[in-house]
Design a protein around this ligand. Structure first.
Ligand code: DC
Length: 234
């Protein structure tokens, strides 16, 4: 069987998914799709309209009405709401927290699922999130699950935020990461989880170049390794 030309990268916050998905998409000439940006866009819109992300009905109704434009660009997923580009505001710590809260509601996930699938259906996509390999693209040709210790992830995320001028301490970042891990892994619908057929990669003691090499090897094994009869499988 020809593997579907979709690579999914799932894992907790700060594991390096975005950088690696972007680099892999560039290497392959495929599309890069950051699905966390969709949940972040919904959370930011809720915050700016005074909608409580902890209120299921209000959150699901906002998701259903959201006028979202998603443009997967090589550098990142560009998001507009009602025609206004909000991409630059999606990484703020409060938005991260609320994205995790609002993403737990089944109706929210259902609405965003349709958008994600329609963006991925043409194939040649590298996509990252929490449930890409388990729920959104279970037919993906290659599934990766990236892990790293909470401390290692908090260190990386703190450097990223500090570079953007966000005034947060390393302790606050670690607290947020642990809380988000807990919420994302324990929700009833589409929790953060590795698909049974995912390749697990622990990047605690690896730099990004080393992880990239592991991923390229996994990709070639799956997509271009000669099959038993000597032909290429994709
Ligand atoms: O990947 P990220 O940090 O940008 O994601 C922000 C939040 O969105 C994350 O805490 C949980 C949610 N999310 C999700 O539930 N499912 C996805 N596929 C992607 C993100």
């Amino acid at each position: 069987m020809i593997p579907q030309k979709i690579v999914t990268i799932d894992g907790p916050a700060g594991a390096g998914k975005s950088t690696l998905a972007r680099d892999l998409a560039k290497y392959l000439g495929w599309i890069y799709l950051d699905t966390g940006a969709l949940y972040r866009a919904l959370a930011l819109t809720a915050l700016s309209r005074g909608v409580d992300c902890g209120d299921r009905e209000a959150s699901e109704s906002l998701a259903a009405r959201l006028n979202l434009t998603v443009s997967p660009e090589p550098q990142g997923t560009v998001i507009a709401v009602d025609g206004e580009n909000i991409t630059e505001r999606l990484r703020a710590p409060e938005v991260s927290r609320m994205a995790s809260v609002i993403s737990a509601w089944p109706g929210v996930r259902e609405t965003l699922l349709g958008i994600q699938r329609s963006l991925g259906e043409r194939g040649e996509v590298v996509t990252e999130g929490r449930d890409m390999g388990t729920v959104v693209f279970p037919q993906a040709g290659l599934k990766l699950f990236l892990q790293a210790s909470p401390e290692a992830r908090a260190r990386r995320r703190h450097l990223e935020l500090a570079a953007k001028g966000e005034g947060v301490t390393p302790e606050e970042v670690l607290r947020d990461i642990v809380a988000r891990d807990q919420a994302d892994s324990s929700r009833a619908v589409s929790p953060l989880a590795a698909a049974p057929d995912a390749v697990l990669i622990d990047s605690t003691n690896l730099d990004i170049e080393a992880v990239f090499k592991v991923i390229i090897r996994a990709f070639h094994n799956r997509f271009v390794a000669p099959s038993k009869n000597g032909t290429l499988s994709a």
